[in-house]
Design a protein around this ligand. Structure first.
Ligand code: NAP
Length: 310
């Protein structure tokens, strides 16, 4: 049975390292979190990130502006934070209201304060292997592999997904660490023929049940990035409600997860965990795998930007 890549334990160790580094710095990094509108999930994320920043000894300030604020108003706030020498990192929580262009926002944040690493200049720096912030989730995945001393050099790494947020930068970062990288996506033919070649399989498709055991090479390291909400229960033939965990069976029960209350949903990744853990050598659970690493990684970027500002 595979060993668990424990994101909670790793995130604790990263946070402890950040705390130690800050204590030795002689100054305190300050990250500004900006939320536009009042989407409850965004409020939860912003509060969690801000609290996490304070806990590692950073200063954090939350700026909340109304959902009907104009793009110009948001850009003016960003300008003000860019010009403030007491602010070292800026994070604008996504999603933004429809009338605000996320690319305009990414371009407005100074690359020197870009904790999310969304600015094209930082994406370019990443590609060229230069210093700077790194995309949070991919960096968190590498921290998780490092924590367990899993060296990716020479491994066949197959990534399912090519988004700008996860799949694409992750491939660039694995390449820099000398993995042999293959990206797959929704137009990939016969996904299993690719995933079966992976020594390191990372799935970030957002499709529950996509990765079955027969698609995994025995002994592979499997990292599940995705967060899918699927129904917890289904009616069995005898009318008894049973726990339902396999996302691909949603179709058969005909339940739209969006229509269910939160307490009837269950968080799963892309990987059929119970079956794949019997085949893989290492596996990251959902929840408790990559998720906790993302916030730790944002904080790491805050520290990195502060040190680069000195
Ligand atoms: P995204 O923008 O929706 O990208 C999904 C990618 O998967 C796309 O490249 C898509 O291909 C590909 N894909 C979709 N269905 C596929 C299939 N059947 N076979 C192969 N590839 C397929 O999502 P994202 O932002 O990268 O996030 C991916 C998942 O990770 C989501 O579940 C998200 O919630 C989760 N996530 C978790 C964390 C965390 O901290 N745990 C952080 C970020 C994201 P195309 O490009 O061809 O459409």
């Amino acid at each position: 049975v595979a060993r668990i890549l424990d994101g909670k334990a790793c995130a604790r160790s990263v946070r402890a390292r950040i705390r130690r580094e800050i204590a030795g710095l002689g100054g305190i990094p300050h990250v500004a979190f900006v939320q536009v509108g009042e989407i409850p999930a965004s409020t939860t994320y912003v509060n969690a990130k801000s609290t996490a920043a304070e806990k590692v000894g950073m200063h954090s300030t939350i700026y909340r502006i109304e959902g009907y604020s104009t793009q110009a108003q948001l850009l003016a706030l960003i300008d003000q934070l860019n010009d403030d020498p007491g602010v070292h990192g800026i994070l604008v929580q996504l999603p933004l209201p429809e009338h605000i262009d996320p690319l305009a926002v990414a371009l407005a944040i100074s690359p020197d304060k870009d904790v999310d690493c969304f600015h094209p200049a930082n994406v370019g720096r990443l590609t060229l292997g230069l210093d700077g912030p790194k995309p949070a989730t991919p960096q968190g995945i590498l921290m998780l592999l490092d924590y367990y001393e899993l060296d990716v050099r020479g491994l066949e790494a197959v990534i399912v997904g090519r988004s700008n947020l996860v799949g694409k930068p992750l491939g660039v970062m694995l390449l820099a660490r000398h993995a042999t990288v293959q990206w797959t996506h929704s137009a990939t033919r016969d996904l299993g023929s690719h995933t079966r070649s992976a020594d390191l399989l990372i799935s970030a498709a957002g499709r529950a049940g996509l990765i079955r055991a027969d698609m995994v090479k025995p002994g592979a390291i499997v990292v599940d990035v995705s967060t899918n909400y699927v129904p917890q229960y289904m009616e069995a033939d005898d009318g008894v409600r049973v726990i339902h965990i396999r996302g691909q069976r949603d179709k058969h029960v005909g339940v739209d997860p969006h229509e269910l209350p939160a307490d009837e949903l269950k968080l799963v990744g892309d990987v059929d965990f119970e079956a794949v853990e019997k085949v893989a050598s290492w596996i990251s659970p959902v929840p408790g795998g990559v998720g906790p690493m993302t916030i730790a990684s944002v904080l790491w970027n805050g520290l990195t930007l502060y040190k680069l500002s000195l």
